[in-house]
Design a protein around this ligand. Structure first.
Ligand code: CA
Ligand code: CA
Length: 147
């Protein structure tokens, strides 16, 4: 599936709403990024650069989470900022990623992403409960790169 086709199959509004909803339950900030491919074999370093570029290292509690998707490679990864990595056990996102893998194989992209966002919110809520006067530190809209 081509990148543009993948994008047009996504219900971006529904995904944006799912992020806003998840962020009512946690002080963590969730973002989704989609690009066609990752050059080279490793997705993680590419996702890390995107994490930086999107200003996601700058949240007050260092609790930003990025779902990074390479649409044409059918690869994705979840990255959490250091505030999260310091607190959570290893393999914290494994169940979220496993479910998303199944959804992607079935071509259920929006449902899979919405489910992953909601699960990520629940995971985050255990370690980062909502705070009074919460600020939406990072935009909820999907970040898209065409290359
Ligand atoms: Ca927030
Ligand atoms: Ca946000």
């Amino acid at each position: 599936m081509k990148h543009q086709e993948f994008l047009s199959s996504l219900d971006q509004q529904r995904i944006e709403k799912a992020i806003a909803e998840a962020e009512t339950r946690t002080s963590g900030e969730i973002r989704v990024h989609v690009q066609p491919r990752v050059v080279g074999a490793e997705i993680r370093p590419v996702a890390e650069r995107t994490f930086e570029r999107l200003g996601m290292t700058k949240t007050a509690q260092h609790n930003g989470v990025l779902l990074f998707i390479a649409s044409e490679d059918r690869k994705f990864v979840i990255l959490g900022d250091k505030g999260i990595d310091d607190k959570v056990p290893a393999g914290f996102w494994d169940d979220v990623l496993a479910k998303l893998t199944i959804r992607f194989k079935a071509g259920e992209f929006t449902d899979g992403i919405v489910e992953a966002i909601s699960a990520a919110g629940e995971h985050l809520a255990k370690f980062f409960p909502p705070v009074e006067g919460d600020v939406d530190e990072l935009p909820n809209a999907i970040d898209v790169s065409d290359e």
